[in-house]
Design a protein around this ligand. Structure first.
Ligand code: IMP
Length: 175
């Protein structure tokens, strides 16, 4: 598959993703039984993952979306931008952050810091993908879909320069 100047090869199939997402939801349902968590999905990348995951969540829960980006094309700038759209009261809430991919961890570090400041009772992260080799921040990610090599991926919400988010599967850059 070609997107702009880059070639991508199939990496994680739609079936594998669906399977893993269902398992993550099952674990969250178990861990948050009796609680009313506030899920906060990070746009744009997590919109498909958040949607599929939340359909499997059987808890009373609230769902909100925030937007920020530290990514320009294929290189993380390391600058976490401001959070946009966080209107919910975070104080004393069990917050579950929904992220598509944790790369350097800069984004998650910034977001968690902000939620801590606002007095969240607990904060956990569910990330579909994690690139352990790229992590530069010590971040505790409780729910991980797949650990993947430090190679660029697209599809299932993830983009390359704006394209590829609508693919059902995940593709890895061909090197
Ligand atoms: P971090 O702050 O370096 O952890 O980067 C996290 C954000 O960078 C994610 O939410 C994605 O939007 C983007 N990102 C990181 N790696 C990739 C990738 O391989 N493909 C597409 N986007 C990525």
């Amino acid at each position: 598959m070609k997107i702009k100047d880059k070639n991508f090869v199939p990496f994680i199939s739609a079936e594998e993703i669906n399977d893993r997402v269902a398992k993550l939801a099952k674990q969250i349902n178990k861990d948050y039984k009796g609680k009313t968590p506030l899920f906060i999905a990070i746009l744009n990348g997590s919109f498909i993952f958040a949607s599929d995951l939340l359909k499997e969540i059987n808890l009373d829960c609230e769902i909100s979306f925030i937007k920020l980006s530290s990514y320009t094309e294929m290189a993380s700038t390391g600058n976490v931008k401001e959070l946009i759209g966080i209107n919910e009261n975070i104080f004393n809430r069990d917050v579950v952050i929904i992220e598509d991919i944790v790369d350097t961890g800069n984004t998650m570090k910034g977001v968690m810091g902000e939620f801590k400041e606002r007095g969240a009772k607990t904060i956990e992260i569910v990330s579909l993908l994690v690139k352990p080799e790229a992590l530069v921040n010590a971040i505790d990610i409780k729910y991980v879909g797949f650990e993947i090599p430090d190679k660029f991926v697209v599809g299932y919400g993830l983009d390359y320069d704006g394209l590829g988010r609508n693919k059902k599967a995940i593709y890895q850059i061909k090197s």
